[in-house]
Design a binder for this molecule. Structure first.
Ligand code: GAP
Length: 567
């Protein structure tokens, strides 16, 4: 797991440093929306740039050592709403949701127990007894119900009618003394007032009232295009970038004359009206995705699925996520979409949960999306692909080289499918904000360092991979005299066109180091008296704290080396 972090303290640190702010905070914020500050925007940009560079411009060779063909797109957020009917989002992009009759709030049904485990009243109640030993101290529960419970969970059965609620619990405990209720069962008991009439109830995480039945609630954000606001003008903010790629599949093929296999990539905003946005930016209502649709021959699709699954997992490690924190999870048959031959969720152990959480899904989507769009848009067989190379390669032994003529010989479906087919798709779909959060969590470290006077002090240091670090190097004149500021400024200006660098001539050098450690700057470069004499500078390494002297003319190459090698 990424080192245990107090998430509230961590969010405050992110705000204080300018990584992430709550959106519209001066108006009390808005649930599920976040802003990136000056350091955060650089970090997230570096992440998106690294993805684009490594996946689109310079992907590694494919499974057989051949070059991979990749191109990019930048599609509109609002598309013709028929796109979302064809993709299935209008009909079925919904989460099971339970409404609270007490406070009116909604909770995602499939995450209820995880949300309850984090909620304030549950955590306060947990302190009343020791679940590890299975002890249930009803007098403590009564005390809580009459005290803190009144404020924290006013609609909980235990708070509204403790005597009756606890009597049900006592009957259960006395009835089966050898099998004490689990935490979940206990929670249901304290949420239940009329056991015989209702059965055990599940409490609302906000107020404790028994929750209603689960119903699907659409995650699609709606708006209107044009001045009229009616059914005809209704549009959706895209919930994923993928559909823009499918809708443009034919355009890309025609304008680039690409041949299979090839991939189309897109980075951009997506919007989902999440029922319960939570865990800082992890589940937001507005977020950015980095998606690839890789089109290939159906016969080769499993090979490409495995290629992308392994490539994508390794990519996270090369950018600093410890492989022990990365857990690829192959979905079981019961979880797979009906059209999918395989899907792997690349999960990361975030510090806010012991269960690994999804960073990215790599899905084999078969021909589902292209077939759906062909059907709904009326383009018919325009999405069919004719594999000319394969056709020509297999020419030997055929009486004709015309596909049309050959079709008259009544070849089998399988034979035709070798040459003419709807491509299969492998979709690696990553979240830029989720990866940014994982990078922030993984980098966050508190350690002890010794200052120049030998005193020990605690420092917070963001151990970003140099390639992702918002600032690559900070340049300090040791003192503001003897030609040092001028020399430092000249170095700063020479590096600025190549990297995001920072000039700082304010305060003691020790304090300047601390500020850069917190920003995650890998190198601090100091111009001192010797620089004036011999044109050398000290480079201090953020992680090892070691200082070495290098020629001023070598500084740029030193930084470049670290961006490639990570050290
Ligand atoms: N086109 C496939 C697709 O959108 P998904 O698993 O729903 O698949 C892909 O989303 C990725 O987008 C996730 O792995 C996650 O990184 C990111 N993502 C999805 N919903 C998100 C949310 N509410 N907040 C932040 N990131 C989200």
């Amino acid at each position: 797991m990424a080192a245990k972090i107090d998430m509230a303290k961590f969010a405050k640190f992110c705000k204080d440093m300018g990584f992430i702010y709550q959106s519209s905070e001066i108006y009390g914020g808005i649930n599920g929306f976040w802003d990136y500050g000056p350091l955060g925007v650089e970090l997230k940009k570096n992440i998106k740039d690294a993805w684009w560079q490594d996946m689109v411009r310079n992907p590694p060779p494919g499974p057989d050592g051949q070059e991979i063909r990749m191109v990019g797109l930048d599609c509109s957020i609002i598309m013709n709403p028929k796109v979302w009917v064809a993709s299935g989002h209008v009909g079925a992009f919904a989460d099971p949701t339970r409404k609270c009759p007490g406070c009116g709030k909604f909770t995602r049904a499939d995450q209820l127990w995880a949300i309850l485990a984090e909620c304030e009243w549950m955590n306060s109640l947990m302190q009343m007894f020791t679940p590890v030993e299975g002890k249930i101290d009803t007098s403590q529960l009564m005390k809580w119900a009459k005290g803190k419970g009144q404020k924290l969970a006013p609609n909980l059965a235990l708070v509204k009618n403790p005597e009756v609620t606890l009597s049900w619990l006592a009957t259960r405990v006395n009835g089966q003394p050898d099998a004490l209720p689990t935490l979940q069962e206990l929670t249901q008991y304290i949420a239940t007032e009329q056991l015989h009439a209702t059965g055990l109830q599940d409490p609302c995480p906000a107020c404790g009232a028994p929750l209603g039945e689960a119903k699907p609630v659409s995650l699609m954000f709606e708006s209107h295009a044009g001045l009229e606001h009616n059914e005809e003008s209704k549009v959706y903010l895209r919930p994923e970038t993928a559909q823009g790629i499918f809708a443009n599949y034919r355009n890309v093929l025609d304008s680039t004359r690409l041949k299979l296999p090839f991939g189309i990539a897109q980075v951009g905003k997506s919007f989902r009206n999440e029922v319960t946005p939570r865990n800082f930016t992890f589940r937001s209502r507005e977020f950015e995705q980095m998606e690839i649709e890789f089109f290939c021959h159906p016969d080769e699709s499993m090979k490409w699925y495995e290629y992308w699954r392994d490539l994508r997992k390794n990519w996270y490690s090369t950018l600093g996520l410890k492989s022990t924190n990365l857990v690829p999870r192959e979905q079981g048959a019961e979880e797979l979409a009906f059209y999918s031959k395989g899907t792997t969720d690349i999960e990361y152990i975030f510090p806010f949960s012991t269960d690994p959480q999804e960073l990215e899904g790599v899905a084999h989507r078969g021909a589902y999306d292209l077939t759906q769009h062909a059907k709904h848009s009326g383009v018919g067989d325009k999405f069919m692909y004719f594999d000319e190379d394969r056709w020509n390669n297999d020419a030997a032994g055929r009486t004709t080289n015309s596909f049309k003529e050959w079709m008259k010989t009544n070849p089998s479906e399988a034979e035709i499918g070798k040459y003419q087919f709807t491509p299969h798709v492998i979709e690696p779909s990553a979240g830029a904000d989720r990866f940014t959060l994982a990078v922030l969590c993984e980098a966050f470290t508190e350690d002890t360092v010794t200052d120049a006077k030998g005193n020990k002090e605690t420092r917070t240091v963001m151990r970003f991979h140099p390639r992702l670090a918002p600032i690559k190097a900070a340049i300090f004149p040791l003192v503001n005299k003897d030609g040092m500021p001028e020399k430092a400024m000249a170095l700063y200006r020479s590096l600025k066109p190549h990297f995001n660098v920072f000039f700082d001539d304010k305060g003691a050098v020790g304090r300047r180091y601390r500020r850069q450690d917190e920003a995650g700057t890998p190198f601090c470069i100091t111009i001192d008296g010797d620089t004036i004499k011999d044109d050398t500078v000290t480079i201090r390494d953020r992680d090892t704290l070691q200082q070495r002297r290098v020629k001023i003319s070598d500084v740029r190459a030193e930084i470049e080396k670290a961006l490639t090698t990570g050290v």
